[in-house]
Design a protein around this ligand. Structure first.
Ligand code: AMP
Length: 379
């Protein structure tokens, strides 16, 4: 095993959003220094870092200066260029490495990797032209969903095709860029496995988490997922294989669709702490953020036992439409924990924070967390 990077060292985070913020909190608690890098001033992670570098990800001079001042680099944002991670790797360990990032930041590369490795995925077709879109629809049929291959998250750059329409404006609306056409899956539920792999190949996971989306954005997660034990075990086996085949060091989340005939299809991979894993902060022995820190620093991984069922719901910017939410009303639920990301401007669909509750059952936790969220918009 390589020499661990110990408390007192400096962790460099590429990206400065809420995932970086929660990673920075875990790192500072354990005595690490934190530097983050991203394009925004007064960012969620920057507010908590020892140093926040404000620069574009393709500014390689800024990346070089940044990595020269840290002991290890990880990222909380996938859309960092291969050139930036390759440059960083000349100076310090980059975990997970640039190959993992390269595959998972591009939907087509990711799906091709998964399909070639024999993992179950949604039927898909690459789309580089209008003709390929027409041809793909001929194979896949309706409904289908067209997604940009790169730079997509939270439903951005997606277009559902429910019935035959004029495809030209649909293709052009995506900016004529490389895209992927997927069959629309009439899933029974969506689940994820948040897992981690250490420098020595040790694998740990947080069981299966169930996710409910609204407008393609995660709304609610609960753990453990309401899933047959055999299917949960199969999802974990798939996640283990994915992390091993990608040789991941760090956290990686595998998102699945569970079909009505009880099959698992991988929807997407995220090579970093994931929104569905936020509930591990309160519900697990080691949060996904501390786990990420341990993995990328080459420390032994922490326990992942779920201490109690839990539910987490997101707070999107839409909630600010009528003014500042009523924080005191949500805090009147003593078991519910409020997390806010320090974002100055609330926009519809923007993740501003989340609430988590533990409960004796997942249902009890959901009930509590939703009651607290409803209270936010009370007078
Ligand atoms: P994605 O950004 O690809 O993870 O998509 C966000 C959400 O949109 C997913 O979690 C699903 O709720 C929905 N979605 C995306 N692709 C599909 C699909 N092929 N079939 C059904 N729902 C989908």
């Amino acid at each position: 095993m390589s020499t661990p990077i110990l408390p007192g060292a400096t962790v460099g985070i590429l990206g400065n959003g809420q995932l970086g913020r929660m990673l920075a909190l875990a790192a500072r608690r354990m005595g690490y220094r934190v530097h983050c890098f991203g394009p925004d001033h007064d960012s969620p992670a920057g507010q908590l870092a020892d140093q926040a570098v404000c620069a574009q990800y393709d500014d390689l001079d800024a990346v070089r200066t940044f990595v020269q001042q840290v002991d290890v680099v990880t990222f909380e944002f996938e859309n960092v260029s291969a050139a930036a991670t390759a440059l960083a790797a000349e100076y310090v360990p980059v975990r997970p490495d640039g190959r993992v990032l390269d595959i998972t930041q591009h939907r087509l590369r990711e799906k091709n990797f998964l399909r070639q490795a024999g993992f179950p995925v949604t039927p898909f077709h690459p789309v580089h032209s209008l003709a390929e879109l027409e041809n793909g629809l001929g194979h896949i049929g309706y409904p289908a969903v067209l997604k940009t291959a790169g730079f997509g998250y939270d439903g951005k750059g997606q277009h559902k095709l429910s019935r035959p329409v004029d495809l030209e404006p649909v293709f052009h609306a995506l900016g004529d860029q490389e895209a992927i056409l997927e069959a629309w899956v009439a899933f029974e539920r969506e689940v994820s496995v948040v897992a981690a792999r250490g420098v020595d190949g040790t694998f740990v996971h947080y069981g299966v988490i169930e996710n409910i989306h609204h407008n393609h954005i995660l709304d609610l997660s609960l753990a453990p997922a309401r899933l047959a034990p055999e299917l949960a075990a199969a999802a974990i086996d798939i996640a283990r294989d994915v992390l091993e085949q990608l040789d991941v060091v760090g956290i990686l989340c595998v998102e699945f669709f569970v079909t009505s005939d009880q099959r698992l299809l991988i929807n997407e991979l995220a090579p970093r702490p994931h929104n569905s894993g936020h509930l591990t902060i309160e519900a697990a022995t080691t949060s996904q953020f501390e786990q990420q820190l341990r993995a990328v620093c080459g420390l032994p991984l922490g326990g992942t036992e779920l201490l109690q069922p839990a539910a987490m719901c997101n707070l999107l910017g839409d909630r600010w439409e009528g003014g500042e939410p009523n924080w005191a009303a949500a805090c009147a639920f003593p078991e519910v924990k409020l997390h806010l990301y320090g974002k100055q401007r609330a926009r519809p669909g923007r993740k501003m924070g989340h609430l988590t509750s533990l409960g004796s059952t997942p249902e009890a936790a959901i009930e509590r967390v939703l009651a607290a969220r409803n209270a936010l918009n009370s007078c």
